[in-house]
Design a protein. Structure first.
Length: 172
C-alpha cells in the first residue's frame, strides 16, 4: 500500500517536471570517482574479476577498428540523462549515463575501459576498479591526445569527448 502510493506520487512529480522540459545537466551524478559505500549507498557486491573482464572486453571491442570504436550518446538518443547498458559479466554490469544534455558526447571504448580498470600497464591510474566489490561511477577519463579525437570524421560530428559517466553496478 505504502509503496504503491509512493510510486504514484513519484509518477506525478515526474509528469509535472517533464512538462517543464528535459534536464540540461544531471546534477545528481558527479563525474568524480564515487564508490557505492557511503551511508546511504547500497554496495553492489560485484566480483572485481568480472569488472576486469568487462574492461578487457570493452577495450578489445574498441580496438577492432584502426581508429578505435566510439561510444556515442546523442542528446536526442539519451533523453533526460539516459543510461545504456554496455556489457555484463557474472556479478557486474557496466552502464553509460549521459550527464550533460547540452551537447552530444562521443568517447573511445578504450577510454571507457581505462575508466573502469585504470588502464593497462604497471601503473594503473584512477579507475572504478578502486571501489572494489562496492562498485561505483566515474566520468570517462579521456585520452585527449588520441589521434581519433582530431580526425575530421570525429570533429565534424560536433560531439565532445565528455559528458558520459560509467557506472559499475550489480548484474541482477
Amino acid at each position: 500500500m505504502f509503496s504503491s502510493t509512493l510510486v504514484k506520487a513519484a509518477a506525478l512529480v515526474l509528469a509535472a517536471t517533464s512538462s517543464v522540459g528535459a534536464r540540461r545537466v544531471c546534477y545528481d551524478q558527479t563525474e568524480l570517482l564515487y564508490c557505492y559505500n557511503g551511508e546511504w549507498d547500497t554496495p553492489q557486491e560485484v566480483d572485481p574479476a568480472d569488472v576486469a573482464y568487462i574492461a578487457g572486453y570493452l577495450r578489445a571491442y574498441g580496438r577492432e577498428t584502426r581508429t578505435g570504436r566510439l561510444l556515442t550518446m546523442k542528446t536526442d538518443d539519451a533523453a533526460d540523462c539516459g543510461e545504456w547498458s554496455l556489457y555484463a559479466r557474472g556479478t557486474a554490469l557496466a552502464v553509460a549515463k549521459k550527464v550533460n544534455m547540452t551537447y552530444d558526447s562521443s568517447v573511445l571504448f578504450e577510454d571507457v575501459a581505462n575508466t573502469i580498470d585504470g588502464g593497462t600497464g604497471a601503473i594503473r591510474r584512477n579507475g572504478i576498479h578502486r571501489c572494489g566489490a562496492d562498485g561505483g561511477s566515474l566520468g570517462v577519463v579521456v585520452n585527449s591526445t588520441h589521434p581519433t579525437y582530431s580526425l575530421p570524421l570525429y570533429v565534424d560530428t560536433g560531439a565532445k569527448p565528455a559528458g558520459i559517466v560509467i557506472k559499475i553496478v550489480a548484474n541482477l
